[in-house]
Design a protein around this ligand. Structure first.
Ligand code: GLV
Length: 323
């Protein structure tokens, strides 16, 4: 029997063009994102799903698709999928680690430099015609904070955290890290979370979102940070208590933040963080280069093809389903 696969978005990369050889393929052509109700309807009778991190694959959806045999997500993070509901049905979940490591670490550094050196504020200043003879170069004009030689605290020393550490070494930074299970990386000092927050000039988040890490950066932990420190989040919005962060930034308890991810995406225009000049934001673009997105799509398709051929996925989040 030919298996039916639904893809929730048009995908880049080369491998997507081969997928129709392995299955009956149906793809959402937009415009925009699919939405919960459309996903439920389109997935009816399907054996496979290739989705994005914007598609919520929860227990309610899964209950409506009894024939589903695999899910392949074009993302490294899988917090949009109910993993235990999938595993309970022995459905493998594929993801796309590895290929986005350097791209995401670059984004963390871009936000770090932008927040520390007030790049967005300066750009707006010039474009709005505020750079005048009266308001020009002066010893304290647009002064920011040095990245070079500062101390960075990396929360989560997985592949992306380690890639951030390599970049930090190039900037002559002192590198601290905290990981749930202790991990020794040359040039990186392993410390407790509390010590990391107290000593770091920059704190960069690189843990996955889970029940253990939700609101890891709560008001209490934010209060442990230095008042001239900068927080960078390219991981997941739910790791930070956004309201507590906005209060700390507005009160001068933190110097600045660089935020690529929000608890609810797309972020609401009235999110308090957006009203603060000392916050640099981006719309979840950590892995957004043409090359990397193509590689991620290719892996997502490879995972699906493996499942269609009855092989284990190349990158499977719940490999226990194969036992
Ligand atoms: C991006 O956030 C991803 O999880 O791939």
């Amino acid at each position: 029997m030919t298996k039916k696969v639904f893809v929730t978005h048009q995908l880049p990369g080369a491998r997507i063009h081969d997928l129709a050889r392995y299955c009956e393929l149906n793809m959402w052509m937009g415009p925009g994102l699919l939405g919960v109700e459309n996903l439920r309807q389109e997935l009816r009778g399907c054996h496979g799903l290739i989705c994005l991190l914007t598609d919520r694959v929860d227990a309610t959806l899964l209950a409506a698709v009894p024939d589903l045999e695999f899910v392949s997500s074009m993302s490294v993070g899988v917090d949009h999928v109910d993993l235990s509901a999938l595993s309970a049905r022995n459905i493998p979940l594929g993801n796309t680690p590895g290929v986005l490591v350097d791209t995401t670490a670059d984004t963390a550094f871009a936000l770090m430099l932008a927040a520390a050196r007030r790049v967005v504020e300066a750009d707006n200043f010039v474009r709005q015609g505020n750079w005048t003879q009266k308001n020009a170069w002066a010893p304290d004009f647009f002064t920011g904070k040095d990245v070079s030689g500062a101390t960075i605290g990396i929360i989560g020393l997985g592949q992306i955290g380690q890639a951030v550490a390599r970049r930090a070494a190039g900037f002559g930074m002192e590198i601290l890290a905290w990981n749930r299970t202790s991990r020794q990386v040359p040039g990186v000092e392993s410390v407790s979370l509390e010590e990391l927050l107290q000593r770091s000039d920059f704190v960069s988040l690189h843990v996955a979102l889970s029940d253990e890490t939700r609101y890891l950066m709560n008001a209490e932990r934010i209060a442990l940070m230095k008042s001239d420190a900068i927080l960078i989040n390219t991981a997941r919005g739910g790791i930070v208590d956004e309201e507590a962060l906005a209060v700390a930034l507005a009160d001068g308890h933190l110097a600045a933040a660089g935020i690529d991810v929000f608890e609810n995406e797309p972020v609401s225009p009235d999110n308090a963080l957006l009203s603060l000049k000392n916050v640099v934001v981006a719309p979840h673009i950590g892995s957004a280069t043409t090359l990397t997105r193509g590689k991620m799509a290719d892996i997502a398709v490879e995972n699906a093809i493996a499942a269609l051929e009855g092989r284990p996925m190349i990158h499977c989040v719940n490999p226990d389903v194969y036992r």
